[in-house]
Design a protein around this ligand. Structure first.
Ligand SMILES: [Zn+2]
Length: 97
């Protein structure tokens, strides 16, 4: 199947803290409030830094490393779609006659 995913999940446990810059210190905050629970629907989750006590929201997705490949896959899908439309129109025209 063609890979059409532009966004990929980041592995936050390997990410650097946005405040102190230290790696491997971020823990997910257990979602309890409405905002904490539903912010993930737009790609944000709340994290807490064990080292500097920073707490905040991080975007859990990143743009794929194979952006060129994914972009080419979109072009392929569009070409296939256009060809299908042309073929279907040709078939419909020949049926009307
Ligand atoms: Zn920190």
């Amino acid at each position: 199947m063609l890979d059409l995913k532009i966004l990929r999940k980041r592995n936050i446990s390997f990410a650097n803290c946005p405040n102190c810059g230290v790696q491997f210190t971020l823990d997910r905050v257990k979602p309890e409030t409405f905002i904490q629970k539903y912010s993930k629907l737009i790609g944000f989750k709340e994290y807490h830094c064990r080292k500097c006590k920073w707490t905040g929201y991080l975007f859990i997705y990143k743009i794929t490393e194979d952006l060129k490949k994914v972009f080419l896959n979109y072009i392929i899908v569009i070409i296939i779609f256009v060809l299908l439309v042309i073929i279907l129109r040709a078939i419909l025209k020949s049926m009307v006659k």
